[in-house]
Write a protein that binds this ligand. Sequence first.
Ligand code: KIV
Ligand code: ZN
Length: 517
Amino acid sequence: MSDKVLFFDTTLRDGEQCPGASMNLRQKLEVARQLEKLGVDIIEAGFPCISDGDFEAVSTIARTVKNCRIAGLARCVENDIRKCAAAVAPAGERGRIHTFLATSPLHREFKLKKSKEEIIEMAVAGVKLAKSLVDDVEFSAEDASRTELDYLAQVVEAVIDAGATTVNLPDTVGFTTPVEYARMVDYICANVRNIDKAVISVHCHNDIGLAVANSLTAVAHGARQVEGAINGIGERAGNAALEEVIMALSTRPEAFGFEAGSTPHNINTREIVKTSRVVSRMSSMPVQRSKAIVGENAFAHSSGIHQHGILAKRETYEVIDPAVVGWGETELPLTKHSGRAAVKSRLEKLGFNLSEAEIASVFERFKKVGDSKKFVYDDDLASLVDDSLDTEHGTWKMVNLQFVAGASAMPTATVTLEKDGKAITDCAIGNGPVNACFKAIDRITKSKGTLVDYNVRATSAGQDALGEVSVKVQFGDCACKPVSGKGAATDVIEASARAYLSAVNRNITLNLLTPGC
Ligand code: KIV
Ligand code: ZN
């Protein structure tokens, strides 16, 4: 058995299925590049047959990323599998088809309406087709943790004979417990004749908060691939948080069957915090402050006793050196006197890969913000990138904004937006200045958005901090996928208007790529 655990990152596929976390192509590419720096073994870049946007994202990532395997997801049907093969083709030998089919009685009877034998036939046919198109084939028995063990073993044996080199046993609905999951992995190891020809993979959801514990227990029992998402984002309560699984293995290898002091993975842990930030920014999913490893408070000691202990010897109250996961690598903040070269170099250090035109556009915003703010911190700059590029790439660009508000004033906003070189100004009243701005933007762009979530945070300390606003907006009658947007400015009302406009622009782009719901 290998002494390394492979990490399969599905932030861009299962993670992105989290309502409100959808990312555009630029954002997905930034995440993929950062995952490559982190050193994950496999990036699941999307579900190519689900939309043209997903196909483009998978093939662009397959073309761009050079040091990871690139997987695409496909149902066990011909069209999906062929499309997936075409999408991962630019990765050459590093391309993987990940095909899945549900195996549990509930799914067989109510969703698929197929017998056990029919499921095995479909799985084998799908894997054989995938194998004729790429060398690296993964099969997932969806809802494996609720499948009869003897039947699960038959499916696994059949797909390995058909050419699968990774077999994934997902806890699709986050229902299992560590003891039960260990029993499942043990059973598969003991009862599948050809199990030595495939890597056992696990994929856990967090519905009862056990995704990381289940993944680690499976590793202790022989699984050698862990699937999950950075920051634990994903459907419902999310996927296993990869950074937690990685650091559990780094910190306690002996607790999971590895030699004490060994490093049973290929991850560059110093990139963890940066990766968490990039994913949080790109997906507009904030990280809970007390989240293990990557939350702002993960290494903050407030009690006097703890602070005293830490100063005497760090290990008294810290089991991980924060520097090992990339905390504390901040540099001097930029100021309005910083030139374009300094801004460009800082953007590169933050992991942004921007064209000269994009850098020019961010620099323009940086100068404006620098005039009203003494220091521009790294997080401020990152917010400006998301904000200015989303707007630049969209259809509408903010040119001007004025608003009137106060205890006895009628909240009114006048907004000027530009599209294809033509500026349009309109105004609206609302129940507050933010609402008035949104209504004015709706009037100009002829959209009808309903705000379903609104968050504001300061990107740095101090009274002159940038306010970063994240919104989720539902357009039309479709409640299935709210569109997210982000904006940053020293004024939170301007930041709100920018965030709303970025959601409007993103909605226009999504409708162009995949019309309808
Ligand atoms: O949760 C699940 O079962 C999945 C499969 C498609 C692997 O995401
Ligand atoms: Zn899943």
